[in-house]
Design a protein around this ligand. Structure first.
Ligand SMILES: *Cc1c(COP(=O)(O)O)cnc(C)c1O
Length: 385
């Protein structure tokens, strides 16, 4: 069987996905400047850098000066180590899978320890091997997803052997509502985290603090601490959903028109006959479907652009095909082979997400493997110009 992730050439593909590495590195610089002095701007490259290709993205960011990368899984950390070499710090946010401590050590990964069991397993490994390797300790401050509870954290602090054998690089927590600045949970989490960090530092004076994802960075310097963990904003998603996006666009997705149909009587379009095309309507079909991550919830709802003119999805999204109503586009632009902008500067992943009833994160991480992928180099600015 052929590798589903093998590169696809532009002439074979139905659509071209362009990823602007220069825009990603520029976004990283923008975020770095926004951080308070001394705060390390890392990069979250989990889930294959939100679908954009972790190896290419991380290599470009490392060249730009990024020294800290965050992944979710051990397997992602092992692959990333191959892509960025020995230099950068790689932090594995889900920690050590039981029994695989030596793998973490072998690839020089830094695990985030979030449960008493993970701490105990790492302590045992550290004591057995005499290895004092850096770890992060994650506490829960109000999200109730991952991290030590307040009681577990206090127990460990009060137990002289609680963190035995560990060299804690930082205390970590995660914000639940950072995209909504006025949400009271932001301040509550900040206060809990600040208190815990100060208790932690009475035991480990050099321990750093890390609390903020992309949106957290925009809450203000009080939330920055020592390490920031942006993901989405690097990839052009808006970290402040209710204001103008301060980030540069990174992704462009263009689909080739396969067929144009002018309807000469009232007809329906697609599975289930959910869209009614009236006499004279012009339809264009492209080779993208839900198997490519064009979410089925965009049926009769998604918008795109043809030559800068907004167009709408007509009917249900199929597995590999998608039809647009292009009646408002002049014939000079509407021809087979012309490219429809599915994701572009003025029809962004965030826009598509809103129409689909989801978030830009899901749109990016759903991007399929049948697109021809093109990387614009990080050395020269590209996409917007
Ligand atoms: C995914 C993730 C991030 C990055 O969040 P963005 O909103 O994409 O910037 C940071 N920290 C943790 C713990 C995460 O899971």
């Amino acid at each position: 069987m052929s590798d589903p992730n093998a590169p696809v050439s532009a002439d074979q593909a139905g659509a071209v996905l362009t990823i602007d590495l220069a825009a990603i590195t520029e976004n990283w610089r923008l975020l770095s400047k926004k951080l308070k002095p001394g705060c390390d701007c890392g990069a979250v490259v989990k889930a294959d850098a939100y679908g954009l290709g972790a190896a290419n993205v991380a290599a470009a960011l490392a060249r730009a000066g990024c020294k800290t990368f965050y992944v979710a899984l051990l397997s992602e950390g092992i692959n990333l180590r191959k892509a960025v070499g020995r230099g950068p710090r790689i932090i594995v946010m889900h920690g050590v899978n039981p029994g695989l401590e030596s793998e973490v050590f072998k690839h020089s990964l830094i695990p985030v320890l979030s449960t008493p069991d993970q701490i105990l397993a790492w302590r045992t490994f550290a004591t057995d091997t005499g290895v004092l390797q850096e770890t992060l300790i994650q506490i829960d401050t109000g999200m109730n997803r991952l991290g030590l509870s307040e009681a577990e954290f206090t127990n460990h602090l009060n137990d002289p052997n609680g963190f035995q054998g560990l060299t804690p690089l930082a205390l970590m927590s995660h914000l639940a509502c950072a995209g909504t600045p006025e949400h009271p949970l932001n301040t509550m989490q900040l206060e809990k985290f600040t208190r815990a960090l100060s208790a932690f530092r009475s035991k480990f004076p050099d321990a750093k603090g890390t609390l903020s994802n992309s949106s957290g960075i925009f809450l203000g310097e009080g939330w920055h601490f020592d390490y920031a963990r942006p993901g989405a904003s690097l990839y052009g998603l808006n970290p402040q959903p209710h204001t103008k996006n301060p980030m540069l666009p990174v992704v462009r997705l263009q689909a080739k028109i396969l067929q144009i149909r002018r309807v000469d009587s009232t007809q329906t379009v697609g599975y289930g006959a959910t869209f009614e095309a009236t006499d004279g309507m012009k339809l264009a079909t492209v080779s993208i479907g839900y198997a490519d991550g064009f979410l089925r919830s965009l049926s009769n709802a998604g918008q795109a652009q043809l030559d800068g003119i907004p167009i709408r999805v007509a009917g249900i999204v199929s597995m590999d095909l998608l039809t647009f109503d292009i009646s408002n586009v002049p014939d000079s632009s509407a021809r087979p082979g012309a490219m429809i902008d599915i994701i572009a500067e003025h029809s962004t992943a965030d826009d598509l997400a809103r129409d689909a009833g989801t978030i830009g994160y899901e749109v990016l991480t759903s991007l399929g493997h049948r697109y021809a992928r093109r990387y614009l180099p990080d050395s020269v600015p590209g996409l917007g110009s």
